[in-house]
Design a protein around this ligand. Sequence first.
Ligand code: ZN
Ligand code: FE
Length: 255
Amino acid sequence: MTIEVLQIACLDDNYGFLVHDNATGATASVDTPEVAPINAALEAKGWKLTHILNTHHHADHAGGNEALKAQWGCTIVGAANDAHRIPGIDVQVSEGDLYEFGATKVKVIEVPGHTSGHIAYYFEQDDVAFVGDTLFALGCGRLFEGTAEQMWVSLEKLMALPDATTVYCAHEYTEANAAFAITVEPDNLALQARIEEIAKLRSQGIPTVPTSISLERATNPFVRATSADLQNTIGLTGADPVAVFAETRKRKDHF
Ligand code: ZN
Ligand code: FE
């Protein structure tokens, strides 16, 4: 591994992440949900914050930018499309950019849908992705600023990452997502098994994040628009994947 990742519980159900580049000591906070726990984690590790990598502008993701920048003088990286609303942004990145973080290259993937400027960060050498509020364990972000078609394309971009990719999502929403997922894909055995596992973890207060591309592909209804079980359950047998995704997202909004 060229990087070490530390996951930090923040606010009610957010996760913040510190990424430490082993070769240079550079340390990034992926989003800034809450300053105090991020600083406590830095202190516990003896790391100095050099970067902030923002996935999107929402306050539970960029709300700590200015305080952390004032304290550490760190460089803030965010989407060029959202530069006007990422507090303190220094470096603007776009689709396909390879940002040099210490000795590590980070690939930028544009994933609009939850917000119009949402991006994901993919650490290719370590096969690790930070997906913000685009993909969740058994879920996906709400469509605040994008269409179902945009979000579907964004999710498919993430699903094109290697199966073994470690996926860090920004919220612990998994139990609620599971309760919905089983209603639209009741016969999915992998989903049934995963739900048992999730209940066990959560009863002990253990995070269900990170997840992996292969696990989501097998169990997350929002990336399974081609599943016959899902299509039949929602009355869209043989329909186009975007229509199936749109209906699934709509049902979750009203669940
Ligand atoms: Zn958000
Ligand atoms: Fe969020």
